[in-house]
Design a protein around this ligand. Structure first.
Ligand SMILES: [Mn+2]
Length: 312
């Protein structure tokens, strides 16, 4: 028997089939290669390709959830959406429009950013399908500022824009891992004034995965939820290749322990953002992002009600 190794052939995420039609799909990997919303280091436009390349090292069975997500789910790799490099408004509108044409309620997208500004056009398309969403946001920064360099669209503003447009349920949303110096005094109160629950990094030492997962579950309840993962929530030792690194972050193993305790949430979508491949020693950040995408896929598979099961 001839077996094609996962690092071979044309690059899709874990060798999933490439499909532009998502009508039969339960899960879709979608690249969003826009990075000129970045305020410091840029280069995340190359992240979708780097994450797909890094996924060649993954294997298909998840021993914690005891399933192979891509055998449980009909999953595809959409490839990337088109963007307009350097033009935030035009890119945001193009991203939303393309996603609106393909997303449907039965398909969970996992977006490969891009800088964090892409969450806003993603949320516009997802809210059109599901209505307003709960947000579970892992990040060193709140990304809820009203403007960035005086402009409305950037990687520091996506959740402010989303709140303005009613795309989020702030009373069911939570931000985890915030830390680091801020542009102005009082900025630490920005997310709670917007209605988000905030778990700053200071509250995560010592780390208790069960307590954090319980807090997320209480906050989200049974609302459809968007999980947005900025790799800068991780300590730069775990994810050095990112746009705005902040020292003193979470360890990858801590994040995995929390994610694995979130089975059963109504996941409507995910993104993983701010991977900068040209700064990535030994692919460590891209490998981390690829593993997170695999974790998200396993979470979706483990959270699905059993097909054909009788309601109890
Ligand atoms: Mn961010």
């Amino acid at each position: 028997m001839i077996y094609m190794p996962a690092f071979s052939d044309l690059l899709t995420f874990m060798r999933l089939p490439h499909r532009k039609d998502l009508s039969g799909a339960d899960l879709a990997i979608i690249g969003v290669p826009f990075d000129t919303g970045g305020s410091f280091r840029i280069g995340a436009r190359f992240a979708p390709g780097a994450i797909r390349a890094a996924s060649g090292g993954l294997r298909r069975y998840h021993p914690y959830h005891r399933l192979a997500p891509f055998e449980v789910l009909r999953a595809v790799d959409f490839g990337d959406v088109a963007t307009v490099p350097g033009y935030a408004r035009e890119s945001a509108d193009a991203i939303t429009e393309q996603l609106r044409q393909v997303l449907h309620p039965g398909c969970v997208p996992i977006f490969l950013g891009g800088d964090h500004s892409v969450s806003y056009p993603e949320l516009r398309a997802l809210a059109a399908v599901h209505g307003p969403l709960a947000l579970v946001h892992f990040d060193a920064h709140t990304d809820t500022w009203p403007s960035q360099y005086g402009q409305p669209l950037g990687h520091g503003t996506p959740f402010h824009r989303a709140l303005e447009e009613g795309l989020l349920l702030p009373g069911h949303s939570i931000q985890i891992g915030l830390r680091g110096p801020l542009p102005a005094p009082g900025d630490e109160h920005l997310p709670s004034r917007a209605g988000f629950e905030v778990v700053p990094m200071d509250e995560l030492t010592p780390f208790d995965a069960g307590a954090l997962a319980a807090r997320i579950r209480r906050r989200v309840g049974d609302r459809p939820v968007f999980l947005s993962f900025d790799v800068d929530v991780l300590d730069p030792a775990c994810a050095p290749a990112t746009g705005t690194p902040e020292i003193g972050g979470l360890l990858t193993r801590e994040v995995l322990a929390v994610l694995r305790r979130l089975v059963g949430l109504r996941f409507a979508g995910f993104d993983v953002v701010e991977v900068l491949p040209h700064l990535d020693p030994a692919q460590v950040t891209a490998i981390t992002a690829a593993n997170l995408v695999f974790e998200f896929s396993a979470l979706v598979a483990a959270s699905r009600p059993a097909r054909g099961a009788q309601p109890s």
